[in-house]
Design a protein around this ligand. Structure first.
Ligand code: TXA
Ligand code: MG
Length: 308
């Protein structure tokens, strides 16, 4: 069964089709990164603007070296955090065959080696990298299990790999002479990087360069009210830690024991469940703003952004 779906996915990717596959962060919707038509198909399917670049997934660092120029700090981070939830922005070399459509004609591309057996197994059977954004329609929430897949994406071939073990997207970063800039907060925390590289100067920048950092993003259909200290009549509740709050529609607790790792794992799934209820708003209690909590707060802020 498993081998059969890997074979099928491989066949489809070779034919230029798209495949939804698991990673340790969230599910990806992937295509052949060297094939312009496949890359274009990803953008069209997700309804994603072409100026928001895609992440390229690789089986190992040798494959990345064939396509990119890596500096000392890139190697330091790569050797420490790959395979894992880190996307490094690297400059393409002259030999690279990666479609320029993938990075809006720019030479800097987000690269990552996912820490998921299925994803690595599939990648190792291909002679091209997989271009893959998260498997959701643009501006909507990422998914951490196939049951949360958007109806509009259900006709695409998928590999069911169960629940994503981390639950929040990769951290997107770019190295410089002093350390690195974080372009999108994610599953790899600033604290984890600081811990390994004490001398790094790390800056969290909210740049237009990472359009996944645009204001309205990661949003469910229902409105989100953040930092809620009470719950209104028509609100579902996304809770965290121990308190007396409850909703007459539905309450879910990201982590009763206030564990941010558990909260990250539950985050998108719980948002999706509450989104299906009769509520008109999801009230979310304050989440501690450190470690993975910083990433959760970043997603909540964008999801609650009201663009009218
Ligand atoms: O965990 C993840 O990163 C998942 C899994 C499937 O790997 N992928 C994912 O991809 O979340 P996506 O496309 O939904 O988000 C990619 C983020 C966006 O914020 C995008 O703007 C940024 O990475 N990004 C990608 N390439 C970039 C580049 N060349 N320069 C700046 N930002 C880039
Ligand atoms: Mg995304």
């Amino acid at each position: 069964m498993y081998q059969k779906s890997i074979e099928e996915a491989k066949k489809r990717l070779f034919n230029g089709e798209l495949v939804i596959f698991p990673t340790e962060t969230v599910y990806g919707i992937g295509g052949n990164a060297n094939n312009n038509a496949s890359v274009e198909l990803i953008y069209k399917t997700k309804n994603r603007p072409f100026n928001n670049p895609l992440i390229c997934h690789f089986a190992n660092i040798d494959e990345i070296e064939k396509n990119f120029i890596l500096k000392d700090k890139d190697y330091e981070l790569a050797n420490t955090f790959w395979p894992g939830p880190m996307t490094l922005i690297l400059e393409k070399n002259k030999e690279s065959k990666i479609s320029s459509l993938l990075s809006n004609q720019k030479s800097f591309v987000g690269c990552r080696i996912p820490n998921n057996e299925t994803a690595l197994d599939l990648l190792s059977k291909l002679d091209f990298p997989i271009a893959a954004p998260s498997a959701n329609i643009a501006t909507r929430t990422s998914i951490t299990s196939i049951k949360d897949l958007d109806n509009n994406l259900k006709n695409i071939f998928y590999i069911d790999g169960g629940s994503s073990v981390l639950g929040l997207e990769s951290t997107v970063l770019k190295t410089n002479t002093k350390g690195c800039d974080i372009l999108r907060l994610g599953s790899l925390t600033v604290e984890q990087i600081k811990n390994k590289f004490k001398d790094y100067f790390i800056e969290i920048i909210n740049t237009k360069m990472s359009p996944g950092s645009q204001k309205k993003h990661y949003a469910p259909n229902k409105k989100i009210r953040i930092n809620a200290l009470d719950v209104n009549e028509n609100e579902a509740l996304l809770n965290f830690g121990q308190n007396n709050l409850t909703s007459n529609i539905k309450s879910l607790n990201l982590s009763i024991k206030s564990d941010l790792v558990e909260a990250s794992y539950n985050f998108y799934n719980f948002i999706n469940i509450l989104d299906q209820t009769e509520c008109n708003t999801i009230a979310v209690v304050p989440i501690p703003n450190h470690g993975l909590g910083k990433t959760i707060n970043d997603r909540l802020k964008r999801a609650s952004y009201n663009d009218g």
